[in-house]
Design a protein around this ligand. Structure first.
Ligand SMILES: [Zn+2]
Length: 253
């Protein structure tokens, strides 16, 4: 079972690496529910997660997730101790904390640009996550951590990209920046300037083409030579009679 589980994880990780540009160290965004389940099932997240994902991991959470644990019952104290050891990523709610599920969703946005894995036992959060393409989900079931297989949404997204119906996440972000730039006239000029610079670097291949054509003009030169040869006899012809006159004189004399 363990080998099978590892194989599935490997396949899923390479799916995210290839299609959504996930790279090590993997960013694992963890909430209180996951810590609580890990504690109950005696799972050492810090030790077991890198082994399971076969790579370096960066364990992190948000201030909202911590605050939520603090406000809940005392039996979650252990989970809080685990969670507060992780790196705290800045969220939009520093002044007014929101429920952890809401906060984690806001960290993902529409495209999960920071390539977060989400580790949670929250069912509502899980269903919401599956509507965002490219979000790997970790949960604990039967005393083990499981990396969920890619969601339907992720698979459809990849399929659409492959069919050319959609642009890939990296292309999407570049399009967005282009759109932002189009809104500002100053940036527009900058962009045009950059394009001109790129165009100025292009003439090299063109000059190469001209160089290739240069050996060709040697043939017309040959025709010039032929014309000169033709002109030479014409010059000789008027010279011919003079010579003949000179030579004819001694013969007559
Ligand atoms: Zn937050």
């Amino acid at each position: 079972m363990k080998i099978k589980r590892q194989k599935h994880a490997k396949k899923t990780i390479s799916f995210y690496k290839y299609n959504f540009c996930f790279r090590e160290p993997f960013q694992i965004l963890i909430d209180g529910t996951f810590c609580q389940a890990a504690l109950k099932n005696k799972i050492q997240i810090k030790e077991q997660l890198p082994k399971y994902l076969m790579g370096e991991v960066q364990l992190c959470t948000t201030n909202c997730a911590l605050k939520e644990l603090e406000s809940l019952a005392k039996d979650l104290y252990g989970a809080k101790l685990i969670l507060q050891r992780f790196q705290i990523r800045k969220c939009k709610h520093m002044k007014d904390p929101v429920p952890a599920s809401e906060c984690l969703l806001s960290m993902l946005g529409e495209t999960n640009p920071h390539h977060y894995f989400i580790a949670t036992q929250d069912q509502q959060l899980t269903t919401a996550l599956k509507k965002i393409p490219g979000v790997p989900l970790l949960y604990i079931i039967l005393n083990t951590m499981v990396l969920d297989k890619a969601s339907e949404r992720s698979l459809k997204h990849v399929e659409a990209v492959q069919l050319g119906e959609l642009v890939s996440p990296s292309q999407q972000s570049s399009i967005q920046t282009l759109k932002e730039k189009e809104g500002l006239s100053k940036d527009r000029n900058d962009r045009r300037g950059k394009k001109r610079k790129r165009k100025s670097s292009n003439p090299n291949p063109l000059s190469c083409l001209k160089k290739k054509k240069k050996p060709m003009p040697q043939q017309p030169k040959k025709t010039d030579g032929e014309k000169k040869k033709r002109s030479r006899p014409r010059k000789r012809r008027p010279a011919g009679p003079e010579e003949a006159a000179v030579t004819s004189n001694p013969t007559t004399a």
